[in-house]
Design a protein around this ligand. Sequence first.
Ligand SMILES: Cc1cc2nc3c(=O)[nH]c(=O)nc-3n(C[C@H](O)[C@H](O)[C@H](O)COP(=O)(O)OP(=O)(O)OC[C@H]3O[C@@H](n4cnc5c(N)ncnc54)[C@H](O)[C@@H]3O)c2cc1C
Length: 398
Amino acid sequence: MHRRRFLRSAGATALALPAHAALASALARADAGAAVASAPATRAPFASPPPLAPIRASSDRIVALTVCLRPFRPQGPRIEAERVGRRTLIHCYGHGGSGWSLSWGSAARVLALARATGESRLAVVGCGAIGLTCALAAQRAGLRVRIYARELLPDAPSARATGVWSPASRICTSEHATPAFERDWQAMTRASFRSYQSLLGVPGAPVAWRDGYVLSDLPFDAPRAAHDDGEPEYPSLESRLVPDLGPRSTPVADGAHPFPVAHVRRYTQMVFNIAAYSRLLMDEFRLAGGEVVLHEFADAREFARLRERTVVNAAGHGARVLVGDASLVPVRGQIARLVPQPEVDYGLTWLGHNLAVVSRGDGLLVQAQAPGDYGSGDTAPDRAASEAAVARLASLYA
Ligand SMILES: Cc1cc2nc3c(=O)[nH]c(=O)nc-3n(C[C@H](O)[C@H](O)[C@H](O)COP(=O)(O)OP(=O)(O)OC[C@H]3O[C@@H](n4cnc5c(N)ncnc54)[C@H](O)[C@@H]3O)c2cc1C
């Protein structure tokens, strides 16, 4: 299996790879139990799962085509405080493909750094997933917070993300996954996961668990041809460090799914309905008295003019210019959104066919990677690439 490409795809992170071993041992335990406690002789069967609704995949149903740049740093996100004159500047940017997933855990670290200053007022520069979550966490802790940003959600780049639980997606390169990094990442991941559990079942379904299917022409453990997509090697942190977070994937037998492929596994993953979720966050911030100032900073020296003496830099990829961080690498991602189909309550990842689909309240997101995405700051949509991905999707329902 070409592990790197597989793990990177939107749905695949939910597979939690130790599933094979754990599943085998769980089945072994279940079999042993069944042998001891014999089942009742007759028992009505549970109803079989309802059939999966087909996706109406055609390019005329594309209602939005968006491009966003993942703010990736090979060494992982920068979360640290720096003294600049009379002010404390707390950096929190560079979350790659994991910003939504790690937002609450990152905000907890920022809050600890902000509290250490003893200041009761906080300025947050940036209003994407990271800035807004940091602002809310500080506000909930009793600080007076003002957000300064060029764009607010839903116009900030974070609004153009897929919106699945993917805390290890392009978060650092393998060579930078040191024990210290892994300890911090694990703490952030667990804190975020806990926070997201409190958003389940909330009206508007900002966060929900959804099933998905990984499709493959080859057996899952068969080697796959590696091809160079220009990306570095990323560590598989989830399966190693947090295998207990969330359900594991399970194989789906032939005849128990409608897909015209040889191998299928079902996973269950957390999905963020970003439109509903970001509106919820903005509303909470404003209702609690949070202030917002629309402003674009030319560089960090301008922070000296702010009233607040503690400033959080949550500018995402904007930090490359704002604080001159040349280690930030843009990783382009394009998504085509199809007309919502509420009856399609599952996602898809088709291995070897460069296709991932996520079903959200605002539509069906169809995603495919292009070879030059790593390092590309090109935000112009490539409609032909998305139409080709939609055609691949349609072939599953022919
Ligand atoms: C295609 C794609 C799919 C993704 N899918 C997922 C996913 O499923 N799950 C997940 O967890 N993550 C996902 N991500 C990653 C996630 O979207 C990012 O990690 C996250 O959006 C980063 O948030 P941010 O707040 O740091 O940056 P941004 O959203 O870029 O916010 C930066 C803020 O800073 C402001 N700003 C920047 N420069 C200045 C300036 N000079 N002056 C004033 N304001 C400024 C901006 O206006 C904005 O408000 C995906 C990313 C992409 C591209």
